[in-house]
Design a protein around this ligand. Structure first.
Ligand SMILES: Nc1ncnc2c1ncn2[C@@H]1O[C@H](COP(=O)(O)OP(=O)(O)OP(=O)(O)O)[C@@H](O)[C@H]1O
Ligand SMILES: [Mg+2]
Length: 219
């Protein structure tokens, strides 16, 4: 049975630049069910990143609603903070790891911010880094890791607070075929374990491996 986890309803989003207005999302609706693995595809500039930011509560629509388990995520500041910290994991095209901290510390951060329990954060971070194949790289700094390894650290970091949904924007954008495939294998395993995933990708081969596709066309 399908059960709705995240829903965008009649979203409008435009950006103003001087006198020019770009209507990026026009009456856009999208439903994501628990356990979905969805690729968001569409040409450059069609609003994929804008959509992901709105779904993850990082940006507000001009009008329309985003419902998480039936509740409007923008209904209060308290709810939006909780939603962002506890329900969503974000992976960006550029991983934004902190360069002065090693892989383990980077992964631990969101957990420390959430509840300050250092032992638990360390244990979860070690478990996740092992899961993404970086058991022997935990003490490496981002500059000492390959692009694919850095992106896997970012995946572990996105998972540490056990999100209900993973939003990923071009997670393989800078990677070669082999690394892209290994990131997608990780996504597939996570999805098989029950994680709901929405991923923006230009890679039609990878988009073909997801269960559903959502096409954002340019007007
Ligand atoms: N902060 C902003 N101010 C003004 N315009 C913006 C802003 N953010 C995005 N845009 C415009 O909105 C449109 C959609 O941008 P968005 O980044 O969502 O596209 P995208 O589908 O992710 O593209 P790409 O595949 O190149 O990453 C673009 O035309 C972009 O120029
Ligand atoms: Mg984008």
């Amino acid at each position: 049975m399908n059960s709705l986890i995240l829903e965008a309803k009649n979203i409008y989003k435009s950006f103003k630049k001087a006198t020019h207005v770009v209507n990026v999302l026009v009456n856009m609706s999208l439903q994501i069910n628990k356990g979905d693995f969805t690729a968001v595809v569409g040409p450059s500039g069609s609003g994929k990143s804008t959509l992901l930011h709105i779904l993850g509560g990082l940006d507000k629509p001009d009008s329309g609603e985003v419902l998480f388990e039936g509740k409007n995520i923008f209904s209060s500041n308290g709810f939006i903070d909780k939603f962002r910290n506890e329900n969503v994991g974000f992976i960006f095209q550029f991983h934004y790891l902190l360069n002065d901290f090693n892989a383990l510390e980077n992964v631990m951060f969101p957990a420390l911010i959430k509840d300050g329990n250092k032992n638990r954060a360390k244990m979860s971070a070690e478990y996740l880094l092992e899961k993404v194949g970086l058991k022997d790289r935990m003490n490496h700094y981002p500059s000492e890791l390959s692009g694919g390894e850095q992106q896997r650290v970012a995946i572990a970091r996105a998972l540490i607070n056990e999100p209900h949904i993973l939003l990923a924007d071009e997670p393989t954008g800078n990677l070669d075929r082999a690394n892209s495939d290994s990131i997608f294998e990780i996504f597939q395993k996570l999805n098989e374990d029950g994680l709901t995933i929405l991923v923006v990708t230009h890679d039609s081969y990878l988009a073909g491996m997801t269960k559903n596709k959502f096409n954002l066309s340019k007007d």
